[in-house]
Ligand binder design. Structure first.
Ligand SMILES: Cc1ncc(COP(=O)(O)O)c(C=O)c1O
Length: 368
């Protein structure tokens, strides 16, 4: 098997190597400060005795697991700390696929591309199921696609790339469909702190033994490099997931978990609100400029991203490179995210230069 370079890396590299100033709207790396308590805990960690530099418990340090359990209102034994939400997704998907209950994973189109990648890595078969025009859940389409072969349905809310925040009533219906065909539902909630509508409700609230919830601190604490996430599994699946986590990783990173644990305790809601408001302001400014540029878009209800479509300028890799070279703005081609939006371009709002990028797009498309 050859190393498959993610398209994200390919476009970022192209932008960095371009012969001009390029505004990076490709990556999902927050550009703002982490919580103050996180920096403080990290500094304090450096002074701890050598014993604190050794393996943490494989399932993660208890303080952080307990803090998550308290916030989520669940039993701490259901939580495994992972190397980011990415590993949590891998553990949850592996659990669904290794049960002998089928090999098909239903993924929603547009799709976060690591889901089909992981499904195939795990020997499963991804099936893309359409969503509503605005990216919302199309329960009928999921019902139609579900069969005896289906062992997993993966949901992501708030959604990357569409910005949709799923209605909890519809998630309940999806879980009922999953139960009928003996499938599990994995809900990736890594953007849960970036709900711009106030309507987000975690799939955990359904209290279902079919639901695996994954999340992490990469986005909420602006620390994608720390690699701290978690999986919350139904009781019967915890041991198998723990075993896989241990055999793959031994454990996660103790200093990273320690710093997140302190930050989770000490950080006021105002920190998260400020980050959310900053993003909402950028989204406002960016979408206003998209109006001027005559682009089609849906204002995201949550998350970091805006999907846009420019008339006569499909979001192919070739056009994305043209936009880098000729406008100085780097986005992601829509076909990275399945088939539903293959002529759209995804722009990440995690740059202080979002408005400047929007102005560049207005100039570019008014000259076209
Ligand atoms: C939908 C989704 N899930 C998971 C991840 C990975 O998160 P983490 O850094 O916590 O592994 C991302 C990162 O962009 C994402 O967009």
């Amino acid at each position: 098997m050859e190393y498959e370079e993610p398209k994200f890396f390919h476009v970022m590299k192209y932008g960095i190597e371009a012969d001009r100033d390029v505004i990076d709207m490709v990556s999902g790396n927050p550009d703002w400060e982490p919580p103050t308590a996180l920096r403080e805990a990290l500094a304090a960690y450096a002074e701890l005795p050598p014993a604190e530099f050794q393996y943490p418990p494989s399932e993660g340090i208890l303080d952080l697991r307990e803090a998550i359990a308290a916030r989520r209102g669940i039993d701490v034994d259901r939580i495994i700390l992972t190397n980011g939400t990415g590993e949590a997704n891998y553990l949850g998907m592996a659990r669904a696929l290794e049960r002998g209950a089928g090999s098909e994973a239903l993924l929603l189109d547009p799709v976060y591309p690591y889901y089909p990648g992981k499904t195939e890595l795990l020997g499963g078969e991804p099936t893309l199921v359409p969503t509503e025009r605005d990216g919302g859940l199309d329960v009928d389409a999921i019902r139609e696609a579900a069969s005896e072969e289906t062992t997993l349905v993966v949901l992501n809310t708030p959604n990357n790339p569409t910005g949709a925040v799923y209605d909890i009533g519809k998630i309940r219906e999806v879980v009922e469909i999953a139960a009928e065909v003996d499938a599990l539902v994995l809900a990736d909630e890594v953007y849960d702190r970036f709900d711009h509508t106030g309507s987000f409700e975690s799939a955990l609230s359904l209290g279902s033994d079919r639901v695996i919830v994954t999340s992490g601190f990469s986005k909420s604490m602006a620390i994608t490099g720390f690699r701290v996430g978690y999986a919350i599994l139904p009781d019967e699946h915890v041991d198998a997931a723990k075993t896989r986590h241990m055999l793959v990783n031994v454990a996660g990173s103790r200093p990273a978990q320690y710093a997140v644990s302190h930050a989770l305790e000490a950080t006021e809601p105002a920190y998260y609100a400020e980050a959310r408001e900053r993003l909402a302001d950028r989204i406002d400014a960016f979408t206003e400029a998209l109006d001027t540029a005559g682009a089609e878009y849906a204002r995201p209800d949550g998350g970091f991203y805006v999907l846009a479509r420019f008339d006569g300028f499909p979001g192919t890799m070739e056009n994305v490179k043209r936009l880098i070279d000729e406008a100085g703005v780097a986005g992601m081609p829509g076909d990275t995210f399945g088939t539903a939006r293959d002529d759209w371009i995804r722009f990440a709002m995690v740059t202080p230069r979002s408005l400047e990028a929007a102005e560049r797009l207005v100039d570019y498309f008014s000259e076209e």
